[in-house]
Design a protein around this ligand. Structure first.
Ligand code: AP5
Length: 209
């Protein structure tokens, strides 16, 4: 993993100067709520840059690094990895893409309140938050189905239960926090991928990028 600049190279706001004008949408929802699926559709239609914290973490695990081995254990337990690790990965990935994108879809982040407040303080405030609202039952059945072939260490019944708990306990306060700032677009996401995307598209199209 590379490094974000130390505080001394930040501008007066304390933010990273390379990323201070970036546009960011946070994409949140429980495990299996369809965040990744809908982000792929946004990329196809609007050409935004999709960065998934889960994918970045799995890439780090796949690299075989010592840090990756520790991350894998945490992910297999359905818990959150350390904020420093995930913020660093996200910041590095954004810098690689900043010159070629109108907007970043930051998928699976923030998962706890401090991830959001730190990101906004150190990188850039978000434009909005897309929240995919799905029942635990639907999320569980989607993930169990995917688990038949995904090979993911966390797509099993026991870890899915833990991931759902983590979502309710740690991520729901993020949604409340940004709702109070009127930044959350809640998308009912039980239906078909196509119907859900119709709602997503309305939201994305209503902004100037
Ligand atoms: P992460 O990889 O982010 O996993 P997750 O959010 O738990 O779940 P997914 O991303 O797999 O679900 P999704 O909402 O993207 O749904 P998808 O579109 O794939 O995180 C994994 C782990 O990494 C975490 O538990 C944690 O340990 C760690 N981590 C990640 N981010 C972190 C952070 N910020 N801080 C700390 N730790 C972090 O769809 C799921 C399935 O459903 C697919 O098979 C899909 O085809 C299907 N599907 C999608 N939409 C529909 C639909 N409308 N109808 C029917 N099926 C559908």
């Amino acid at each position: 993993m590379g490094n974000c600049p130390p505080a001394s190279s930040s501008d007066k706001s304390g933010r990273d100067p390379v990323l201070k004008d970036a546009k960011v949408l946070f994409i949140v929802g429980g495990p299996g709520s369809g965040k990744g699926t809908q982000c792929a559709k946004i990329v196809e239609k609007f050409g935004f840059c999709h960065l998934s914290s889960g994918d970045l973490l799995r890439e780090e695990v796949a690299s075989g690094s010592e840090r990756g081995a520790k991350l894998k254990d945490v992910m297999a337990r359905g818990e959150l990895v350390s904020m420093d690790d995930v913020l660093q990965l996200m910041c590095d990935a954004m810098k690689k893409k900043i010159s070629e994108t109108k907007c970043f879809l930051i998928d699976g982040y923030p998962r706890e309140l401090e991830q959001g407040t730190r990101f906004e303080k150190e990188i850039v405030p978000c434009v909005g938050v897309l929240y995919f609202d799905v029942s635990d039952e639907t999320m569980t059945s989607r993930l169990l189905k995917r688990g038949e072939t995904s090979g993911r260490v966390d797509d099993n019944e026991e870890t899915i239960k833990k991931r759902l708990q983590t979502f309710h306990n740690q991520t729901k306060p993020v949604i409340d926090y940004y709702s109070q700032q009127d930044k959350v677009c809640k998308i009912p996401a039980e239906g078909s991928e196509k119907d859900i995307f119709a709602e997503v598209e309305k939201y994305v199209s209503s902004h100037k990028w």
